[in-house]
Structures are given as C-alpha cells and as structure tokens.
Design a protein around this ligand. Structure first.
Ligand SMILES: [Zn+2]
Length: 116
C-alpha cells in the first residue's frame, strides 16, 4: 500500500467565460497532496489547482487563462489555507515498533541473565 492522493481543500465557482464553450460555469479547485504507505500518512505542503468547466468538462490550463481568470485565481489563491504539513504514523507502524521494543527488551534480558 503506497501512493498519493490529491485532497480537495477549496472549491470555488467562478463567473468567467469558458474559453472553449463560452459558458460561465467554471470551477476552480485547489488540491493538497498527501502521500502514504503502510507506515505513515504525510500531508505535504504541495498545493495544486485546476480550473474546469462544468458545462463542457474541459480543463482550462493556465496558458488559456485570460486576465479575468488570472485575477479571480489570484484572489482565491491568497484565500486558500492548506493544512499544515505533517506526518501521521499508522497503527501498523506502532505495532511494528512495539514488537521491536519487546524483542530488544527480551534479548537484553536474556543477555543479562547469562551474564549473572
Ligand atoms: Zn466550457
């Protein structure tokens, strides 16, 4: 089990014309990248964004943004508050840690017993 996920941290409808179908139904979404494996779940500080048209489902890439879209994007980009980057360990991690500690304590005990 290993991978990454993009978690939506903000969605905003924007009232700009779609460069493809000219409808005013764009949506700006900010994502924060999370990575995880069997032992931990990390919230990274990487934030990405995407503008999509709800009508024609096109993704509007920055090269196609006009100055209005850029202005709206800048506005939301300042408002967006990503989660603090952090690492959370899984139960499996603690399980393995406990097993290792028991092994170390057990081996130390056996070793000391022999010494006496
Ligand atoms: Zn469109």
């Amino acid at each position: 089990m290993k991978g990454e996920k993009k978690i939506v941290i903000k969605k905003a409808p924007i009232k700009n014309n779609c460069p493809v179908c000219f409808n005013k139904e764009l949506e700006l979404t900010f994502y924060q990248k999370h990575t995880f494996n069997a032992f931990y779940h990390r919230t990274t500080n990487q934030v990405t964004n995407e503008i999509k048209c709800n009508k024609c489902h096109s993704t509007i890439y920055p090269v196609d943004w006009n100055s209005n879209i850029e202005r709206v994007f800048d506005y939301y980009n300042k408002l967006v508050q990503p989660d603090r980057s952090a690492v959370r360990f899984t139960l499996l991690f603690y399980g393995v840690l406990i097993v290792l500690l028991i092994l170390i304590v057990g081996l130390t005990y056996l070793y000391l017993e022999d010494m006496i």
